[in-house]
Design a protein around this ligand. Structure first.
Ligand code: GLC
Length: 724
């Protein structure tokens, strides 16, 4: 029997209450009502936030041995950038511009999750974000649909493998469908208004790529889009997601997303909310307690929800369980879990991922790399220098804290025997306003005034006594992620005062930034010779940062987001359309330049590269044909390093205005000094097509196109292509 036939045979035996149970998911966490009874009575089909193998087996035994039909539970969890071994946050992974590496990282994360008994990751988060005030920009791949699509597909392949049910892999659940990152003002959960063209050409592509890669689940978004909550939008969840994209898995709401329709003043009551979500195509309800889908049996009996619609949702969930083999193997091997979670290869991969995600933003007169031992006394100063939580970043729940290498520890280990390393936080970083999600994160005690004064003085003393200072500044884990929108991008807290005090010692300083978004460092740049962006680098982040600071590894990451000069420029991204002043002559603001501090795709290296003028194998793209643009990249410096060659395109004229530049291809290459490599990109009709709002279809405009090859969105090597 096929999975669908097995599911239908089971559905034929299920009561309405059992059907409603299968499409209900609950948090199983200590501070919410216990779920044991509901599981034993078949009123829940899935649990989340249970990462412990033994507890997973306990709940699973209740479902399999006590409920009437013994249908196994599906366990989901936020495995966003690792479970026990933590990889760089997704924005950092995107900065690697290395989809192959990202696929490997998510495969390791999947191995740890699956071994723990988790069947489903609420990942990858694929929301395009063009406003760094939005805290969840950290969770995605940044501003660009092409980079976002490549990273979405790579993560689905890594998490899920070639097919659902692949051993050691989990169901991938791209989220949040759709447009969550377009929150006005960067304010989390804010209602979103997007044109069809923006939806189709900017926010949808990463989901299309994730679905093409086989994603088995989609999570609908919290907010309303164009005045309709995504969770109850049939045009999104049925017409677009299934009708056009061909998604054949199951859709889960975000936490309380179904009943939130009442709070959003869309549904009159919980029963209406349940009906609207299910009818729209939101198959499963994730809830933090009593859930709206418990009303489904009465809604079916009242005729407000056809039983066939409920059966459709139940079937999608059962098919996922059958394809994951849960009916044959519902339990997890707790011994195997311990072995996989301790897998040294995962730590190695985490270090490699962290090294490849580092972006060297600024490096005046080769201030970096430092020479190990050149300075006898090195002071590592800053609130993020030796903080495990802030090295790992948000969306981390069961990390291996002892295994986590902070920047301070990484530097101390790297300089063992050749220098004396002192570590001082200097200041403490705390949210000014609580998020309400504190139950999910590590507790933090505020320093007393006396402590704060003493710590600040100790940092200045350490700076004075040092020959070299490494400042580690940025934003705390609690100031990034969900409900962590920022009204300003300046370094939070008293970090600027600390920086001023450290610079006043006139000792050599380099700056390492740990953050989940671009921060306002414009005023700092002229005062600090080098800045390394490390995002939140994960379990081996400190080792990676130390190896980069001391030249063992040459940073080669690039920015997946435009880096604004100030919050006043936001939203800002490179792919804007031409205006009648295309050259942006002068500045459109009267008080500041209109250009960003750093462009999308920007990233320096300890070596230098030369790109030869690109060539096209033919100047005209014939209908149905393809052309190849190639260039040769040469390492003209003295150290091995990586460069990311990028291809941008622009359509000169057509049936819609298209962005002044759009990334359409990239390739990261590693070259030894003097080595060169040819890089070739294929361009066909699909590369240059877009969804046209007037004609409501994807089309290709004939005519002249600009191509640029370079190493950031400011690429200058230009070619012209004619599309016949
Ligand atoms: C959160 C997030 C979602 C996450 C879910 C479960 O509120 O919006 O991304 O997967 O709830 O933690």
């Amino acid at each position: 029997m096929t999975a669908v036939e097995q599911a239908r045979a089971l559905i034929a035996r299920m009561t309405l209450a059992e059907k409603a149970g299968q499409v209900s998911q609950a948090f199983a966490v200590p501070f919410l009502p216990p779920v044991d009874q509901a599981v034993a009575e078949g009123r829940l089909g899935s649990l989340l936030f249970v990462p412990d193998p033994a507890r997973i087996n306990q709940y699973q035994r209740l479902a399999v041995e006590q409920s009437r039909l013994g249908i196994p539970l599906l366990f989901g969890f936020d495995v966003i950038h690792g479970l026990r071994t933590i990889f760089p946050v997704p924005l950092g992974l995107a900065a690697s511009f290395d989809p192959g590496l990202v696929e490997q990282a998510q495969a390791a994360a999947a191995a740890e999750a699956r071994a723990s008994g988790i069947h489903w990751a609420f990942a990858p988060m694929v929301d395009i974000a063009r406003d760094p005030r939005w805290g969840r920009i950290v969770e995605g791949a940044g501003e660009d649909p092409h980079l976002g699509s490549e990273m979405a597909a790579a993560q689905v392949r890594g998490l899920q493998g070639a097919a659902i049910g692949t051993p050691g892999r989990v169901i991938a659940g791209p989220k949040h469908f759709l447009g969550y990152g377009a929150a006005p003002g960067g304010r989390d959960y804010e209602p979103v208004s997007l044109s069809d063209a923006e939806i189709r050409n900017v926010y949808l592509p990463p989901f299309e790529a994730a679905i093409r890669a086989g994603a088995g689940n989609i999570m609908s978004a919290y907010m309303d889009i164009n005045q309709q909550p995504a969770v109850a939008s049939k045009s999104l969840l049925d017409d677009l997601l299934r009708g056009e994209l061909g998604f054949d898995g199951f859709v889960v709401s975000d936490a309380n997303g179904v009943q939130n329709q009442v709070a959003q003043h869309f549904a009159a009551d919980e029963a209406e909310a349940a009906a609207r979500a299910l009818l729209a195509g939101n198959d499963m309800e994730m809830a933090l307690g009593p859930n709206a889908f418990a009303r489904l049996p009465e809604l079916v009996e009242q005729g407000r929800v056809p039983e066939a619609v409920l059966d459709r949702a139940v079937e999608r969930v059962l098919v996922a369980k059958i394809r994951m083999g849960l009916f044959d193997h519902p339990y997890v091997d707790e011994g195997e879990a311990a072995r996989v979670l301790a897998e040294p290869a995962h730590r190695q991969l985490a270090q490699q991922a962290a090294e490849r995600s580092l972006v060297l933003l600024h490096n005046r007169e080769g201030a970096l790399p430092l020479t190990p031992g050149a300075a006898r006394r090195v002071a590592v100063i800053g609130p993020l220098a030796d903080s495990v939580a802030d090295t790992l970043g948000p969306w981390v729940f069961v990390p291996d804290k002892a295994e986590t290498v902070t920047v301070a520890r990484g530097i101390a280990e790297r300089l063992a025997g050749v220098a004396e390393v002192t570590v001082e936080p200097g200041v403490q970083l705390r949210r000014a306003i609580a998020s309400g999600l504190e139950a999910f994160g590590p507790p933090q005690r505020a320093w007393t005034d006396a402590e704060a004064e003493a710590r600040f003085a100790a940092a200045v003393t350490a700076a004075r006594a040092a020959d070299q200072i490494v400042l580690v500044l940025g934003e705390a884990q609690s100031q990034s992620g969900e409900r962590a929108s920022a009204s300003d991008l300046k370094l939070p807290g008293e970090q600027l005062a600390l920086l001023d005090a450290v610079l006043a010692t006139a000792k050599p300083v380099v700056l390492v930034l740990l953050a989940g978004r671009p921060l306002d460092i414009g005023a700092i740049l002229p005062r600090v010779p080098a800045v390394l962006m490390a995002w939140y680098p994960g379990t081996r982040g400190g080792t990676a940062v130390a190896r980069a600071l001391f030249g063992d590894v040459n940073p080669g990451g690039k920015l997946p987001v435009t880096w604004p000069r100030s919050v006043g420029q936001v939203p800002i991204h490179y792919a804007r359309s031409h205006t009648h002043t295309p050259d942006r002559a002068g500045s459109l603001y009267h008080d500041a330049p209109s250009t960003p501090l750093f462009s999308f795709g920007h990233g320096l290296s300890y070596t230098s590269f030369r790109l030869d003028p690109p060539v096209l194998d033919q100047p005209v793209l014939a209908p149905g044909g393809a052309v190849t643009v190639s260039t040769r990249v040469t390492n003209i410096g003295t150290l091995t390093g990586d460069e990311v060659v990028q291809l941008y395109v622009h359509q000169r004229a057509g049936r819609a205005m298209r962005p002044a530049r759009e990334l359409k291809a990239f390739q990261r290459v590693t070259l030894a000094p003097g080595e060169s490599r040819e890089v070739r990109f294929c361009i066909d009709g699909e590369t240059l097509s877009y969804w046209n709002a007037s004609e409501r279809r994807t089309l290709l405009d004939p005519g002249r196109f600009d191509l640029w090859i370079g190493t950031s969105a400011e690429a200058e090597l230009h070619l012209e292509l004619t599309v016949a």
